[in-house]
Every structure is written in structure tokens, then in C-alpha cells.
Write a protein that binds this ligand. Structure first.
Ligand code: SAH
Ligand code: SF4
Length: 363
């Protein structure tokens, strides 16, 4: 069978990836089994937590797909206080999550940059410097990335969203604040500074083809990322892209593609960290568990204080917006146990790929 040969190859080309992205039935089962084997062999059957703190939904950008874009006046804008962020970080630390991820809309004022710098200090003091801190705060200058790195942030997540320049342009306003080359340059700057660099794409976007997705996978391989967070595009009614909702793949199909992308990425990049994105769970209640079974090894339990979660709506049907952090922890623990994987409590769970590319053996 073609599939057996393909899955035993060392490298897959675009045509082969397109074929695999379209496979179903027995072939798909083989793809998923192979991805699970690669994960077990290269990084082990362990899942690490990143307690997700959605610190603010204030954003200067206007991405055409995103519910908290600056042009959406229906959003109640919020900004957590430092104490609220520190409390959430302490919750993660006390519950031995190992890591947190701080995410916001994009803001690049001096006040914001200074605030994050101070906040990193405060979080590290409050948690005995034991948490691995990921930032996902959009495009910033190299100097800003360096200042935050020097205060102890070790990972940075900046999705390219779509690695094809023309597709990227269709998803963003045509102005200097939404420039593809600028985003690429930010990813290079993050790497120069020394972060574990994460990126990713949305899957099932309007105008997107299987060829685009195959190219996304090859692009992530080429830029040699350390971590990836990618998930299905889920439309939001208060966004310009909503007008194309009738042209989209059905949600279940986007979900299916996202699982195949995860499995293929695991086969291509054996020792990187791959997150099981929350957007999967917006479509299927068992979405994240399914991603863990086909190669993902990171989950991001939401630890944003409950009162604000409803306001950080990037897309429709966002799960767990009504739960308190404790509920999320308990439900996730039970769910992960069902996959047969172990949770790496109290460990950073850093990207092995990052250490390997730096010829470093200390993980
Ligand atoms: N402002 C930062 C981080 C917050 S947005 C940034 O843009 O980098 C985090 C991610 O949410 C984005 O990278 C995007 O991939 C995802 N996102 C936004 N709108 C979405 C939608 N409608 N469906 C699925 N994911 C979406
Ligand atoms: Fe802002 Fe990020 Fe949403 Fe774009 S994707 S509008 S930068 S929060």
C-alpha cells in the first residue's frame, strides 16, 4: 500500500503531504498510529501543562478573523491587574503545573513593555523562580523581546497564521501594522534573542487549500521551530471573515484536518513540543485528548480568573468560559488519564528540539 511506504520515509515532500492530508479510513488510522509511535519513541508519553492567563483583550490590531480585533466595538475590554496575574501564576505553581503562558492582544506602548518586565519579576519572586514562562504578546521589537527574556521568559509563541504570503494578506487589513515580512522578522528576532520559539497556523481558513497546509508544514520544518500551536479556524460573527462562513469546510472536517496536521507535524518534527489547542475542544468535547493521541504533548488549561473569560472570545463556542480554574484542572486530569499519557507535574517540559539544536544535553 502507498501509505506504508510514505510513512516509512525520512522526509515527505509537498505532494506526499497533500496526499496524506486527504487520506481517510484505514490510511488515516495508519497515519495516526505512526504519529503516536513517533511521539512515544522520541519524547515519551508525557503531557505538560501551560496554565493559560489571558491577561488582556485590548489589541491594536484588526486581524480579519479575530473576535477581539480592535474594530469590534461589541467587546468589553479588560486588563487584569498585576495581582490578579500573580494570583493565577501562584495557582499554577501551587498545583504543580510547571509552566504558565501569558497571552494578550497586541499592545506595544512603553507602559505595556515596562509593565511586562516588572510583572515577570513579580511572578518569579512569588513562585520561587520555578515556573517556565511562555509569552504570547504579539509583534514587538527585538529590544523588547530581549528585555522580557532577560527577566526570565523562556518561550514565545507567535503564530504565522498562514505561511503563504497571499493567503496571509487575505486574512489581514492591507496596512503596515499587518505586514507578513514584519511577522517573519519577529520570529527571527525571537530566535536570535534565545527563546524557545513557537509558531503555528489556523486550519480550515477561507481560501485555504490542502496545498497551503502542506506548505505550512514544510515551512515550519524549514524555519526549524521548537514548538507549535495550531488549531482549527472557528468563525466569529463580529468579524469581516464571517461573510465567508458558507464557503468553509464543515467544523467536523476542519477538526479532522487539524488532527491530520498534528500527526504529520509530529512525524516531520519528532522532538518539538506540539500543543493540543483549545479551539479543537470548541468543536469536539474530546478534541484535545484526540490531539494528544496523535502527537500533541502540551495542554493549556485556562487559569484566567473566571469573570474575564467570557470577554476573551477569539472565536465562537470557546469551551470552559464558565468554569473556575479548579474545575478545569480536575476535568483535564481525568481526560488526559483516559489517553494513557502521564502528566508531567512540576516539570517545565521544555522543547527537546530546542536543546538539540543548541547541542545542549540539559533538558
Ligand atoms: N495577539 C497575539 C496573541 C493572541 S491571539 C497574536 O495575535 O499573536 C492568539 C491566536 O488566536 C492567534 O495567533 C490566532 O491564531 C488565534 N485566533 C484568533 N482568531 C481565531 C479564530 N477565529 N479561530 C481560531 N483561532 C483564532
Ligand atoms: Fe489582536 Fe492577536 Fe486577535 Fe490579531 S489575533 S486581532 S493581534 S488578539
Amino acid at each position: 500500500m502507498i501509505i506504508d511506504n510514505l510513512l516509512n520515509k525520512d522526509n515527505l515532500n509537498k505532494e506526499e503531504l497533500v496526499y496524506l492530508l486527504g487520506c481517510e479510513g484505514e490510511e488515516k488510522t495508519k497515519l495516526f498510529t505512526k504519529a503516536a509511535e513517533v511521539k512515544a519513541k522520541y519524547i515519551g508519553r508525557k503531557v505538560y501543562f501551560r496554565g493559560l492567563i489571558e491577561m488582556s483583550n485590548i489589541c491594536r490590531k484588526n486581524c480579519l478573523y479575530c473576535g477581539i480585533r480592535s474594530g469590534n466595538t461589541n467587546v468589553h475590554r479588560y486588563n487584569l491587574t498585576d495581582d490578579e496575574v500573580i494570583e493565577a501564576a501562584k495557582f499554577a505553581w501551587e498545583n504543580r503545573y510547571g509552566s504558565i503562558a501569558i497571552q494578550t492582544g497586541e499592545v506595544s506602548t512603553k507602559e505595556f513593555v515596562d509593565r511586562i518586565e516588572n510583572l515577570l519579576d513579580k511572578i518569579n519572586k512569588a513562585t520561587n523562580h520555578e515556573l517556565g514562562i511562555t509569552l504570547s504578546l504579539g509583534e514587538q521589537t527585538e529590544e523588547t523581546y530581549r528585555r522580557w527574556f532577560n527577566k526570565g521568559a523562556i518561550r514565545y509563541l507567535l503564530r504565522i497564521e498562514a505561511s503563504n504570503r497571499e493567503l496571509y494578506a487575505k486574512l489581514h487589513p492591507n496596512d503596515k501594522h499587518h505586514d507578513f515580512d514584519e511577522r517573519l522578522e519577529c520570529l527571527r528576532a525571537l530566535r536570535r534573542v534565545g527563546y524557545q520559539v513557537g509558531t503555528g497556523v489556523m486550519i480550515g481558513l477561507p481560501f485555504q487549500t490542502l496545498e497551503h497546509l502542506a506548505d505550512d508544514l514544510l515551512w515550519m520544518q524549514e524555519i526549524d521551530v521548537d514548538m507549535v500551536g495550531m488549531g482549527p479556524y472557528v468563525e466569529h460573527p463580529d468579524t469581516p471573515l464571517y461573510q465567508y462562513r458558507d464557503k468553509l469546510l464543515p467544523l467536523t472536517e476542519r477538526f479532522n484536518l487539524a488532527l491530520k496536521m498534528t500527526a504529520l507535524l509530529r512525524i516531520l518534527m519528532k522532538d518539538i513540543n506540539i500543543a493540543a489547542p483549545t479551539a479543537l475542544q470548541a468543536i469536539d468535547p474530546l478534541g484535545r485528548e484526540k490531539a494528544i493521541k496523535v502527537g500533541a504533548n502540551i495542554v493549556m488549561p485556562n487559569i484566567t480568573p473566571g469573570a474575564y473569560r467570557n470577554d476573551y472570545k477569539l472565536y465562537e463556542n470557546k469551551p470552559c468560559t464558565d468554569d473556575a480554574a479548579d474545575d478545569c484542572k480536575n476535568c483535564l486530569e481525568a481526560r488526559i488519564q483516559l489517553t494513557g499519557d502521564e502528566i508531567g507535574y512540576g516539570e517545565h517540559g521544555n522543547s527537546r528540539h530546542f536543546y538539540r539544536r543548541r547541542n545542549d544535553t540539559t533538558i
